[in-house]
Ligand binder design. Structure first.
Ligand code: NAP
Ligand code: 8YV
Length: 318
């Protein structure tokens, strides 16, 4: 019997490829090359793997009349047109929890690196400036700060768990108050005003688009540090650059950007920012766990038409 056809969008690990090739006829689709997919190939596709950066556009979904399952290699699925997927009864799964610790560690890393000027001082040493110019200026410390978490979900809670050794006062904002001992702000600007550090870890998508705007950034203030490990568009990058240029914000640690992999030249030139190429979960161990769950969801679907970790919108579909 012929294997079901699976559309593969984006890069996966050799371990994942080995697993899916044993169950599926794999049809790779390089990013942005939807037009190269022939109609007869598109028609036989019943499954797909994609990831946060590419998602599954409405145009591509419309070209796949027999698509039944999308297994997202990552927890964020803002790039998948969920309204269309639900309407068509396409099951979508993702990889929650297995990456919480790694992404939380990344958020803390970006805060500490930015506060203590790790990238700038690394360059200082390498360029021989320590010998030439002496000790660089003092930085602000990281102990006893008020840290605000925007989006106290699975990863947000893992970030909060890491903060007590820093003596931090933990505050948070999300649409709903959570059953946690941390202080809740129902207004993001008010929270930013109370914070030394603001860590963004909400989903992307229309609801959170530019939720961190000029007003929020300025409320954080000239000594404040903004960390974004959520999605680029959660943060208004133009407002961020302007605030940093005019010293209305202290610094920023960024793992995600509005137009990845393009990073504004202005940000690249700034000493008070730490930049990473969307690698919050990108370790061998965590990507192995995410890859296993991505493949396990497909294996389960082949067995009985269900998945282990559906996205919330699909929870009632199985
Ligand atoms: P989660 O458990 O669903 O948590 C999301 C949190 O955001 C919830 O607390 C939710 O609370 C809050 N939220 C949602 N919409 C909001 C809004 N409009 N305003 C304020 N708060 C809002 O998700 P997770 O597993 O922690 O993952 C969060 C996101 O992190 C992912 O969707 C992804 O975009 C990003 N991520 C990035 C990386 C990376 O490599 N940088 C890796 C993994 C994940 P309420 O519902 O009460 O608002
Ligand atoms: C990955 C992510 O970059 O899980 C997410 O939402 O943003 C990251 O873990 C991505 O999905 C890689 O596949």
């Amino acid at each position: 019997m012929s294997k079901p056809a699976l559309l593969l969008i984006g890069e996966i690990t050799p371990r994942m490829r080995e697993r899916i090739e044993s169950d599926f006829e794999v049809i790779p689709l390089p990013r942005d090359e939807t037009d190269t997919l022939a109609d007869d190939t598109a028609k036989k596709i019943t499954a797909a793997i994609t990831f946060g950066g590419a998602g599954l556009t409405p145009e591509l979904m419309d070209r796949l009349p027999n698509l039944k399952i999308v297994s997202n290699y990552g927890v964020g699925y803002d790039g998948i047109d969920m309204a269309r997927a639900v309407e068509r009864g396409i099951l979508v799964s993702h990889t929650p929890d297995v990456l919480n610790d790694e992404v939380a560690n990344t958020a803390i890393l970006l805060w500490l690196a930015t506060a203590r000027k790790l990238p700038a001082y690394d360059t200082y040493v390498r360029a021989g400036r320590w010998e030439r110019d002496g000790n660089p200026p003092l930085t602000r410390g990281t102990q006893g700060r008020t840290v605000g978490i925007l989006g106290l979900g699975r990863i947000g809670l893992a970030i909060a768990d890491r903060l007590p050794p820093f003596g931090a006062r933990i505050v948070y904002h999300s649409r709903r108050r959570k059953d946690v001992p941390h202080e809740y702000f129902d207004n993001l600007t008010d929270m930013a005003r109370a914070c030394d550090v603001l860590i963004c870890i909400t989903p992307g998508g229309a609801e959170t688009h530019h939720i961190v705007n000029a007003e929020v950034i300025e409320a954080l203030g000239p000594e404040g540090i903004l960390v974004n490990v959520a999605r680029g568009p959660v943060l208004d990058e133009t407002a961020l650059i302007e605030a940093l240029e005019h010293k209305r914000l202290g610094g920023a640690g960024l793992d995600v950007f509005e137009n990845e992999p393009h990073v504004p030249t202005a940000l690249r030139a700034m000493e008070n920012v730490t930049l990473q190429p969307h690698v919050g979960s990108a370790t061998v161990e965590t990507r192995a766990a995410m890859g296993d769950l991505t493949c396990d969801n497909l294996s389960q679907w082949l067995k009985d038409g269900t998945v282990l970790t559906p996205v919330p919108e699909c929870a009632n579909m199985q």
